[in-house]
Design a protein. Structure first.
Length: 391
């Protein structure tokens, strides 16, 4: 989901503004490893005012227990609804062990965290008994790039015509002799899936399709006004490559200017090179026609401004996170950070390792606007219950 829609700072009167803090005591056990590196973040993310804390000490562990401010940002009712979905997910799945490079947890502990947060929301005098584990980040200094994503509304047709002629596909069952599915170039430019009856709808733009693939889900609107939610339906198994990074490497867009909007504009200005650039990302996403609300990889409805897409190898689905999220002005400039609770309810092909999460903004044009230009660094903590006598 990298280089998709991007969060912009909400006005103080917004219903999403955090109104108050309730106390939460978290215990610290700090252990730092000091070392140096010249290339700590990808050069495409090394731009002015990117929010990265370069003064933080390096360490060689995925997670670090450390002290936090004595309070959590009190969320609104949207978070509470998302928390209920989180609990349903955790109560539905079988018990599982997670080994996170030195930090171990399990489904039962994730349930404990959700219940502790729920009790805190119901009783402001309650002190949750939790430990915060800071994610190492892209540079081993705790700096995590926080991008944003949203669910677009895309006009489509049931049948193709001269304008609406680019199909959105269900996942095929047929594979080649090696067991592989075709690449993006083979599907979009060589009609590798034609004639298999996999078409769900037809759009007017391959670029729109590409961004819908990156988003992972979207609402489509047919010519008769019917709307359907298309959810994640699987991928072709080819590696994901960011076309934003490709355009930076080719010198087409400056790294400080890269965004979903700038990528779209470049593709619109260079239609003769669309095949070349789009095909550099061989990964391809398929869709399924799902329920009314967008559903993430945890198979629960996504929660606007609280759901996050993570790498499950680093952050288990069903976890609750505390983030120090970037705040941007309406021009996409970083103006500070704010603490915010997030729910790990989704995953994405571009979300790999400890250096990146994607923050869900909602559906439609307003969500796309608020998603804006977010590509900045913040910090992320995994909340877990204490163990081995830790208090």
């Amino acid at each position: 989901m990298i280089f998709t829609s991007l969060f912009r700072h909400l006005a103080p009167t917004s219903k999403h503004t955090i109104a108050m803090l309730r106390p939460l005591c978290l215990v610290s056990l700090s252990a730092f490893t000091i070392s140096c590196s010249l290339n700590e973040v990808d050069h495409s993310n090394d731009f002015e005012n990117n929010g990265r804390d370069e003064t933080a000490l390096k360490r060689d562990t995925l997670y670090l227990q450390e002290s936090l401010p004595p309070g959590l940002p009190y969320p609104d009712a949207e978070f509470e609804a998302g928390l209920q979905q989180q609990l349903r997910y955790l109560n539905r799945i079988s018990d599982k062990q997670y080994s996170l490079e030195g930090t171990k947890t399990n489904t039962a502990e994730l349930r404990i965290v959700a219940n502790e947060i729920q009790q805190w929301l119901q009783d402001p005098t309650y002190q949750p008994n939790l430990i915060a584990h800071q994610l190492a980040g892209q540079d081993q200094r705790g700096n995590v790039q926080i991008t944003g994503y949203y669910v677009p509304i895309l006009p489509v047709r049931h049948l193709p015509n001269e304008v609406f002629r680019y199909p959105l596909y269900r996942k095929p069952k047929q594979r080649d002799a090696q067991g592989n599915l075709p690449s993006r170039e083979q599907i979009d430019f060589e009609s590798a899936l034609a004639g298999q009856g996999l078409e769900i709808a037809y759009t007017a733009s391959l670029v729109d399709n590409f961004f819908l693939h990156v988003q992972g889900s979207g609402v489509v609107e047919y010519e008769d006004g019917e709307r359907k939610l298309l959810s994640w339906g699987g991928v072709n198994g080819h590696p994901y490559r960011s076309i934003g990074k490709v355009l930076i490497e080719k010198g087409e867009i400056d790294r400080a200017d890269i965004s979903a909007q700038s990528i779209r504009q470049w593709l619109a200005d260079h239609p003769e090179r669309n095949q070349e650039i789009l095909s550099t990302n061989p990964s391809y996403l398929f869709f399924s026609e799902g329920p009314e609300k967008p559903v993430g990889a945890a198979n629960v409805p996504l929660t606007p401004l609280y759901s996050a897409a993570v790498d499950p190898k680093v952050i288990p689905l069903g976890a609750i996170l505390l983030s120090k999220a970037p705040k941007l002005d309406f021009e996409g400039n970083l103006v500070g950070h704010e603490f915010r609770l997030l729910l790990a309810q989704d995953k994405g092909g571009a979300i790999k390792g400890s250096g990146h999460i994607d923050w869900y903004q909602g559906i439609g044009a307003e969500a796309r606007f608020h998603a804006g230009q977010l590509k900045h660094f913040g910090k992320v903590w995994l909340l877990l219950p204490p163990k081995n006598g830790t208090q």
